[in-house]
Structure formats: C-alpha cells, structure tokens
Design a protein around this ligand. Structure first.
Ligand code: GLY
Length: 363
C-alpha cells in the first residue's frame, strides 16, 4: 500500500467540501484524530452551490424519505450555525423564502406543489399578489400569487472556509495529497465524501448533474430584497438568493451533462426568468457565470452509511448538500464512534444500490 499523508488517523475523510469538512469537524469534536484529504478543499459542488436550506420548497413528489431527512437537518441548522458563528461568518440568514408564480399556468403548477407540501404538514402560507409585493416591493406587479415558506440560506463559500477553521480548531488536519484509490488511505475508518468523485472511488452510482448559475452584484451595496425568491416564470424555474454583501445568486440549470461549458443560452434563460420576477436585476453587475456538477443518485437521495469494513460513504447529496450537512455529519460521527447507524439515515444506506457489497445477513 502507498499510504498518502503521514501517520494513521482514526478517521480519514476523502473530500474537503461542505460534507467532508462537517464530518471531520464532528468526528474531531468527539476526540478522534482526523485527516481530510483534498488537494483543493471546497472547490467542487460547494463552491458553486447557492446555499438554500430548503426542506419545504424542495419537498418534491415521490421523495418522502428524503423530505424527512431534509426536515431533520433543517432542525439542526440553527445550532450548527450558532456553533460555527464562533469561528466566522457563514452568511446564515433566516429571512425566509417567497415562492412566486408569474402566469396562470405557473400558478397551477406551483399550487399543486404547495398543496402536496401542506399535506405533509410543512408550513406553506399562500399570499396574494398584493401581499407578495408588500413583503418584497421589488417583485414585478404581474406576479399572480405566491407563498411564504420558512426556508433559509447560508453562503457555501464562506461555510467551507469557516468549517475548515472549526475542524482544524477541533484538531483535524487537512492534507492536500490526492487520493486515487481507497487502498492508498491508511486509517481506522475511511469516510468517502468526494461528491461526484464518490463513483470513481467506490463504484456507487453517483453521476454529475451539470448546473449553471450566475452571481450578480447590486450596484448600491445590499440587494433590494431580503427573502430568497423562488419563481415560476412562464414555465421556467429560477431562484434568487440575496446576500448581505451585495451578491445575488441566480440559479440554476439542471442538465444531464458532464461538460463544464458556460453557455449563452443558459445565461439568457436565467436572466430572462430572473428579470421577469425582479426587473431591477437588469441593472446589477453580472459578476460571475459558474458551472458545477451536483452529485446525483438514481433515487435523488444521498448515500450515507457503512459501505464495507472500515469504509463509510457520505456522498450523492445532489441538490441538498448544504442543507444535509448537519444531519450527515452527526450520523457519520455516530456511526464511526459506535458502529450503529442512526435511524434517520437508515433509508440512505449504500447497500440499496447494487454496486455496494451487502451487509452480512442481507438478502
Ligand atoms: N438546490 C438548488 C440546486 O441544486 O440548484
């Protein structure tokens, strides 16, 4: 074996994005020696993510286990954010989210989802066009109707930096050695938190799902709105995430492609939908066009659990990596420390996919 790094830690985390660093932090807090392997921590999906913490507005049909996991993690977020605030600003905001519908067809699609979300007991408050504009005067007067949901946000780029500081303060070490194969890593437990790289390291079915998004910058400091705005605009879906530092994230495409080309068509579609909802955005600076790849799985759920002796997987978080970081980190730290898989992540075991070796006794 050609071991990367030096010494044999209790835990080696392969991948230094939001999931890997959260796992490292929680494990180090329990007194384990931890090394995170990543040549460029936070450079994957975490650097592109919008950072919406959206258990309600991203509760979609046919994903009840995933929705339950998202709700559980949302419940952990206030404590997670408060602990991290001791180490730096993660851009955590609890101003809430407005989901808006521009046309009658948009409203029909949105209302169907609101009814489903409400049927799960999730808090969705419908608002008239006037009430929407009272909450956010920047919204276009043509907007038909909307809903207010208690979905929040954090800034993933700040989060990566602060998580690294917190993890290192708890004793974790970050090693820039690349990991080509799990046999290169010598540790009590290896945690694979490598985003789309999880497939290469484990054979599990994690595929890259391309997302393009834009970063705009308000001309006068803070953006003219404080809620996250998610919209249906003439059949196009878009979200607008305002940060206190003047940034507005406009996202995102969802493309079954692996290339990292930023396309004119995506910029056009995103900006058309964004300015249909909030016209003043056309005056903002176009600061960045970003392309990233979400780590998607066949059932849209993450892969969290024991994969084989000494190897745990925490990957495939698809659209929800930032939201699911606290619940994933707590579950993995518990699993590594005790050998027991917490019930909240049980539906997301690697063994549900055929590439994973079955646990003893499983058929
Ligand atoms: N959760 C937002 C996105 O994946 O674009």
């Amino acid at each position: 074996m050609t071991s990367v790094g030096t010494g044999r830690p209790d835990v080696a985390v392969v991948g230094g994005g939001v999931i890997g660093l959260s796992v490292a932090w929680r494990c180090a807090q329990r007194g384990m020696s931890v090394t995170v392997y990543d040549p460029r921590p936070g450079s994957g999906a975490s650097s592109v993510a919008a950072g919406m913490l959206a258990p309600v507005s991203e509760a979609y049909f046919g994903e009840p286990d995933l929705t339950a996991l998202m709700v559980a993690s949302a419940g952990l977020w206030p404590g997670f954010a408060a602990e991290l605030a001791e180490h730096g600003d993660i851009g955590y905001r609890t101003d809430g989210t407005l989901v808006v519908a521009l046309t009658a067809d948009d409203l029909a699609a949105a209302s169907r989802l609101w009814r489903y979300q409400a049927s799960l007991g999730l808090p969705v408050t419908e608002l008239s066009s006037g009430e929407m504009r009272e909450a956010e005067p920047v919204l276009h007067p043509r907007i038909r109707r909307g809903a207010r949901v208690e979905d929040h946000q954090a800034d993933p780029r700040r989060l990566v930096a602060v998580l690294r500081t917190a993890a290192e303060a708890a004793g974790a070490r970050v090693d820039p050695s690349p990991v080509a194969s799990l046999s290169d890593v010598d540790a009590g437990t290896v945690v694979v938190a490598a985003g789309t790289g999880t497939a290469r390291l484990t054979g599990l079915p994690v595929r890259p799902v391309k997302g393009q998004l834009l970063r705009l910058r308000a001309p006068d400091g803070a953006p003219g709105f404080r809620h996250v705005i998610r919209g249906y605009a003439d059949g196009r879906r878009v979200y607008l995430v305002p940060r206190r530092d003047g940034e507005v994230v406009v996202g995102a495409t969802e493309e079954e492609r692996t290339d990292d080309l930023a396309t004119a068509g995506a910029v056009l579609e995103l900006l058309r939908a964004a300015t249909d909802l909030v016209p003043e955005l056309s005056e903002y600076e176009l600061a960045e066009v970003c392309v990233g790849h979400r780590p998607g799985t066949p059932d849209n759920g993450p892969i969290v659990g024991r994969w084989r002796d000494g190897v745990v997987v925490a990957g495939g978080h698809y659209r929800h990596g930032i939201l699911l970081a606290p619940v994933t980190a707590d579950a993995v730290a518990e699993l590594v420390a005790t050998g027991q898989t917490p019930a909240v992540v049980a539906p997301f075991a690697p063994s549900r996919f055929s590439a994973a070796p079955k646990e003893e006794g499983e058929s």
